[in-house]
Design a protein around this ligand. Structure first.
Ligand code: BYC
Length: 302
């Protein structure tokens, strides 16, 4: 079946199938940005591994951060099936030519922020990524199945951190509220610009890469999250929030802030990128050793 017939039949495109150049480029752009987000996303949470309030919390957080590294690896592998090299993708991240999610340019100031990231950021990621399990490109869709299972676990652990704080001392509950106040708006921005300003949505939806528009997913996230805030006894920091006809009307985030953060002007952009570049440079000896080992093994087999 040719490309368009497969898309029309809601089938899967696989790496060896013919595909338009634009389809390949869009997938590389989105999957690379997604992979970079997972890897950069390790930093705000990694900051708290040494300060987690108990051994149990530390072990859980370490496992979560390792999961994010794993997600990055599945995604780089999925991107490689489109004919790009992982080293080139990393180079584009390090030189600012490829993006990563705006959300990871905000600081984690308190332990409650770790709860808020799990609850809100992983929660937003699930809403965004569950439909990607039905993406028309096979390797990306299959990677998403496992990623989403792990993200659900992450979301529950974040919620549980906040639940514990909200049922603790007044100071702990205030810390949870402060985290929600700071992470709410950036979480809404994770879904991208509004539909009227989204440059890629229409084509990506026609190709079956994205299944829903940015605004549809943002609405879904709000509808899912507000009742969970009620369970926690926290207030979503939006005076315009109204429940109407089974949905929540909400105030849109300030998209000028999103554009500004994406341009590199968020509170932590420079720190995140320089930390990533340093980690890459410090790891050069591992890559060299792995390449030398592989070359030796190949020479022996020949
Ligand atoms: N941040 O036409 P649009 C995670 C860019 S990680 C930065 O709507 P599209 C996790 C967009 O790339 C979560 N850039 O684009 C990890 C485009 O720029 P270019 C990451 C953004 O692609 C650790 C331009 O703005 N998830 O789960 O149709 C711990 C125009 O936008 C953002 C993914 O990456 C943003 N927020 O839709 C916890 C999921 N929004 O490329 C959790 C996969 C937009 O033209 N990605 N831009 O220069 C997607 O679903 C889509 O790429 C987006 C944007 C919804 C993000």
């Amino acid at each position: 079946m040719d490309f368009q017939a497969t898309i029309d039949a809601d089938g899967r495109i696989e790496p060896r199938d013919a595909m338009p150049d634009g389809y390949r480029k869009t997938l590389i752009r989105q999957i690379a940005q997604h992979a970079h987000s997972e890897i950069i996303g390790m930093q705000p949470e990694g900051n708290w591994i040494s300060r987690a309030p108990s051994l149990r919390r530390k072990a859980i957080l370490m496992a979560k951060v390792q999961d994010e590294a794993g997600h990055g690896l599945y995604l780089y592998a999925a991107a490689e099936t489109l004919g790009v090299d992982r080293a080139d993708l990393l180079d584009m991240l390090h030189s600012g030519r490829q993006k990563y999610s705006s959300i990871f340019n905000y600081p984690t100031l308190t332990w409650a922020d770790i709860g808020a990231i799990g609850w809100l950021v992983d929660g937003a990621a699930i809403v965004n990524q569950v439909p990607l399990c039905r993406c028309s490109y096979g390797p990306y869709a299959r990677a998403m199945v496992r990623v989403c299972k792990e993200e659900s676990f992450h979301q529950r652990q974040g919620f549980e951190i906040l639940y514990t704080l909200c049922n603790g001392t007044p100071g702990q509950k205030a810390m949870a509220q402060d985290a929600l106040n700071r992470w709410w708006w950036p979480s809404l921005m994770m879904f991208g610009p509004p539909d009227t300003a989204s440059t890629h949505s229409e084509q990506s939806m026609a190709w079956g890469i994205k299944r829903h528009s940015n605004d549809e997913l943002r609405q879904r996230f709000v509808d899912m999250t507000v009742p969970q805030a009620d369970v926690l006894g926290l207030r979503v920091p939006d005076d315009g929030l109204v429940h109407q006809d089974g949905r929540y009307r909400f105030t849109e985030p300030d998209y000028t802030e999103l554009y500004d953060v994406v341009k590199g002007n968020g509170p932590c952009n420079q720190q995140r990128l320089s930390h990533r570049v340093k980690a890459h440079e410090d790891g050069a000896w591992v890559r060299e050793a792995a390449a030398a080992y592989a070359a030796k093994k190949e020479a022996r087999a020949a």
